[in-house]
Every structure is written in structure tokens, then in C-alpha cells.
Write a protein that binds this ligand. Structure first.
Ligand code: KAL
Length: 257
């Protein structure tokens, strides 16, 4: 078993800042010697991701604009990646969005636009990206996406994002069936609560964290590093034979009734 990822290129989508789970994944793959490609949704995130990448061991990172709500933008990004690097070994999809007004109050009040927006960015994007990325995975490949328990059960305030994560989970499994014949595996990490930009401004985030610290089997919150380590497993040969799976990196919280 070769634990090194030297000579392998991975695409990381969704680094917003140093707390991003995508950044945790990037750091772990960098430690293992991988070459990294970062995509960013708009100009606002270009500078932060370029600055963060300067802190990596491998200084050869590449950066591409990729707006997952726009098919032409996704085509352009992956065509250019193909021209620039040829083949990729894997991809981390760490993208989700819902209107903040839909992340409070009752789910029943979700508008059609809010529902479609959350599903478009948080679930359909995995289909759109996988279809382009698999063409560059000429020697098999590995894909990981990020989900959350709120897609399996009702979690207060997660609302439309929970329904979008349920869609993402099913999307991941159907994709696994399609791309498995090309020796491409796809799995999801269901991370416990971590203070990221997504969690920002959420009133009861502290109480969700406290609940984990008091009740989860491991009695502690998970970290960006925990997610990075499990992503390394899923994006490397260590997880050969595993596809269509949701791994709960959540201190065991999801086993509780
Ligand atoms: C129950 C939990 C508490 C948090 C509730 C909702 C979290 C939803 C996640 C969703 C992705 C957040 C947003 O889309 C926020 C957005 O409306 C405003 N933020 C932004 O525009 C920023 C600047 C950009 C960069 O954010 C995004 N996402 O693009 C769930 C907690 C316990 C676990 C979490 C935080 C899960 C998760 O899905 O992130």
C-alpha cells in the first residue's frame, strides 16, 4: 500500500477561509504530497484561497473560477483543468448554500425559489461536477462530498438544507452506481458541527456543539483535522472497495436514539 499521494492531482471545491472543511481536506492531501487544484465560486473567494495555498508545502497549486450554478462556468473550469494537468486522481465537493431566511423558522414556509436554490447549489452541483470530472479521471478516481445528519433526521433550523442534504446523499449513491464501472468511487462524510463560515450567524450553534460534547460517545466535537484525515482515507487507496457510503465523522453522535 502506497500512502503517498505524490504525483496525483486533486480538485478541491469550496474553500472559503481557513476554517473551511475543504481547507482541512486540502491540508491533509498536501501533507501526503498531492498536487492541488482549487476552484472558487466568485472573485470574492479568489484572494483568500490563493493566500491560504501559499502556506501549503506544495507551492504548485492551481486556481480556477467555477460557479456551480452555471453550466458554462463548470465546462470552462474542467476543460481548462484537463488542458493544464491532463488527468486528475480525485475531487472534494464541499459546496452548499441556502438563503439565510430559509435557515430559521419553519420548513413549511420555504419558498419555491429557496427550495430550488438550495437543491441547485447543494445537490445538483454534485451531478454537474462529477460528469465533468469523471472524464479527467482516466486511471480511476475518488470523489468525496460533505453532508450532514440534518439530511437523515430533522434538526432544528437546518430546514431546507436538510432536504437538500437528503437529495445530496441519494445523488451520491446513484452517481456511485454510474461511475463505479470506470473504477471511480464516490462517498460522503457526514461531519459533526464545526464552526465554519456556514455555521456563522446561527443562533443555537453553541447549544448544538454543547449537546455533542455532553452526549456523543466520544464526548467531544470533531475538528477540521478529523474531517481531513477521513477525506484522505476516502480519496486514497486506503478505502478501495468503498463506494456510495456515508461515513459519520461526528464523535458517534448519529448512533444515539
Ligand atoms: C443545524 C445546523 C445549524 C446551522 C443551520 C443551517 C446551516 C446551513 C448550512 C448552509 C450551507 C449555510 C448557508 O448557506 C449560509 C448562507 O445563507 C449565508 N452565508 C454565506 O453567504 C457565506 C458568506 C457563504 C460562503 O456560505 C456558503 N455556504 O456559501 C447545522 C450545523 C450544526 C452544521 C452545519 C453548519 C452544516 C452545514 O451544512 O454547513
Amino acid at each position: 500500500m502506497n500512502f503517498s499521494l505524490e504525483g496525483k492531482t486533486y480538485v478541491i471545491m469550496g474553500v472559503a477561509n481557513k476554517r473551511s472543511l475543504a481547507w482541512g481536506i486540502a491540508k491533509t492531501l498536501d501533507e501526503a504530497g498531492a498536487d492541488l487544484i482549487f476552484t472558487y465560486a466568485n472573485e470574492r473567494f479568489e484572494k483568500p484561497v490563493r493566500q491560504l495555498a501559499e502556506t501549503l508545502k506544495n507551492k504548485n497549486s492551481r486556481f480556477y473560477l467555477c460557479d456551480v450554478t452555471n453550466d458554462e462556468s463548470i465546462d470552462q473550469a474542467f476543460e481548462t483543468i484537463g488542458e493544464d494537468v491532463g488527468s486528475i486522481a480525485g475531487l472534494a465537493h464541499c459546496i452548499a448554500f441556502a438563503d439565510k431566511n430559509d435557515l430559521k423558522g419553519e420548513f413549511i414556509d420555504t419558498s419555491r425559489d429557496g427550495y430550488l436554490l438550495a437543491h441547485n447549489i447543494s445537490a445538483y452541483s454534485l451531478v454537474a461536477v462529477t460528469r465533468r470530472a469523471e472524464k479527467l479521471m482516466t486511471d480511476g478516481g475518488k470523489i468525496v462530498t460533505l453532508t450532514y445528519l440534518g439530511g437523515e433526521r430533522v434538526v432544528q433550523n437546518y430546514n431546507v438544507m436538510g432536504v437538500a442534504k437528503a437529495s445530496l446523499d441519494a445523488t451520491m449513491k446513484y452517481l456511485a452506481n454510474d461511475i463505479g464501472k470506470k473504477n471511480i468511487r464516490i462517498n460522503a462524510i457526514s461531519a459533526g458541527p464545526i464552526r465554519t463560515l456556514s455555521a456563522k450567524g446561527v443562533g443555537d450553534f453553541n447549544s448544538i456543539l454543547k449537546d455533542i460534547e455532553e452526549k456523543a460517545p466520544l464526548r467531544k466535537a470533531v475538528t477540521q483535522e478529523d474531517v481531513g484525515a477521513n477525506a484522505y482515507y476516502l480519496l486514497s487507496d486506503l478505502s478501495n472497495g468503498v463506494t456510495g457510503e456515508i461515513i459519520h465523522v461526528d464523535s458517534g453522535y448519529s448512533i444515539l436514539g
